[in-house]
Design a protein. Sequence first.
Length: 116
Amino acid sequence: MTVHSEPSARSGSNSDHDDFDGKTVTKKELVSRIADRTGQTKVITKDIIQMFLDEIISELGKGNRLEFREFGVFEIKQRAARRAQNPRTLEKVEVPKKKVVKFKVGRMMKERVGID
């Protein structure tokens, strides 16, 4: 199996950023690209990618930290309980503590994506 590497373009979707100029890339599109580059079938490639994603979810569910050198780190963080305000009614509300998935960008991704 031969894998050819190409610089990746900025992709994804984030409606919170008006300056976003990329497009949304789906898992199906990634499966197709990787299958073409590796010579594997799309079915096998999709299964491998899904297994990889399932393992990430499983490890985070166990409270483990996942480190992919040069790419980034996934970990679970506990957000403290806080008081917030409903923007419509201006009513004060208590927001309970909760767990969130945090991703810290690695060096290679920072360089390729152009993050400071």
